[in-house]
Design a protein around this ligand. Structure first.
Ligand code: CDP
Ligand code: CDP
Length: 218
């Protein structure tokens, strides 16, 4: 009962947002929304339709017609999809088209969950400015690129550290530099640099922040 408890997790590419968000949602019985997957879904639907240079109107149509089944497509996680996602994510009408779905998720988390963990770039600043806990995860480009390389290698895929580093840097610059909902820590976000932290340490830190915030709320 009452307003859902919202944990907003923002930060640059491969900072560990999704890994942390999933663990937290699991630990607290909260719903989880990966908002990056929505932008990636729009990008993938365009790529699959052969449109690699969409206008804002074409990308917005793709966003309004987004087939949620596409969010499970193996190509969703490709860096090429991420790059296209960051291009369509800079278009204000595309962001507007995905806005309602995200806000509804925060207002009424699915399955009657008491709260939600939502990760992306603008969750603490735009989508859920009143989130009870805001985390801004960062890590050095070197650490983030190395994590992506390991992820690809673990899947048996080829990975080029130089190329991945360049792609991550380009995407971060585009995300931070855009006019609408840029990648930026909210004034009241907790900054967490995970460059030298393991998944367990990040999880433990975030978990105790949430526990503290939950106690002071009631
Ligand atoms: O969602 P985001 O792109 O921010 O990152 P992720 O997909 O959750 O994590 C990228 C990779 O970094 C995953 O393979 C994680 O296992 C790894 N990792 C992490 O998430 N946190 C650490 N402290 C260390 C590694
Ligand atoms: O997992 P990773 O951090 O690499 O990226 P993601 O969270 O899946 O997001 C892919 C792209 O979608 C980002 O580079 C952003 O351009 C865009 N995005 C956004 O603009 N706003 C969000 N709330 C989430 C993602």
């Amino acid at each position: 009962t009452g307003v859902p408890f919202i944990v907003a997790i923002d930060g640059p590419a491969a900072a560990g947002k999704g890994t942390l968000a999933r663990r937290l949602a699991d630990a607290f019985g909260f719903a989880y929304l990966d908002t990056g997957a929505l932008y990636r879904g729009v990008a993938l639907s365009l790529i699959r339709a052969g449109n690699t240079d969409p206008t804002e109107s074409e990308a917005t149509k793709a966003a309004l017609r987004l087939d949620l089944a596409l969010l499970k497509h193996p190509d969703l996680r490709l860096e090429a999809t991420g790059g296209m996602a960051s291009r369509v994510a800079a278009m204000p009408a595309v962001r507007a088209a995905l806005d309602a779905l995200q806000r509804r998720f925060a207002e009424i988390p699915p399955n009657g969950a008491a709260g939600a963990v939502i990760d992306g770039r603008d969750i603490g600043t735009v989508i859920c400015p009143k989130a009870q806990v805001k985390l801004f995860l960062t890590a050095s480009v070197a650490a983030r690129a190395a994590r992506r390389v390991k992820e690809l290698q673990d899947k048996g895929l080829a990975a080029d550290l130089g190329a991945i580093t360049a792609e991550i840097e380009a995407r971060d610059a585009r995300d931070a530099g855009r006019a609408t909902a840029p990648l930026k820590a909210a004034d009241d976000a907790h900054l967490l640099d995970t460059s030298d932290l393991g998944i367990e340490e990040v999880f433990a830190t975030a978990k105790s922040m949430i526990e503290k915030a939950r106690q002071t709320r009631t």
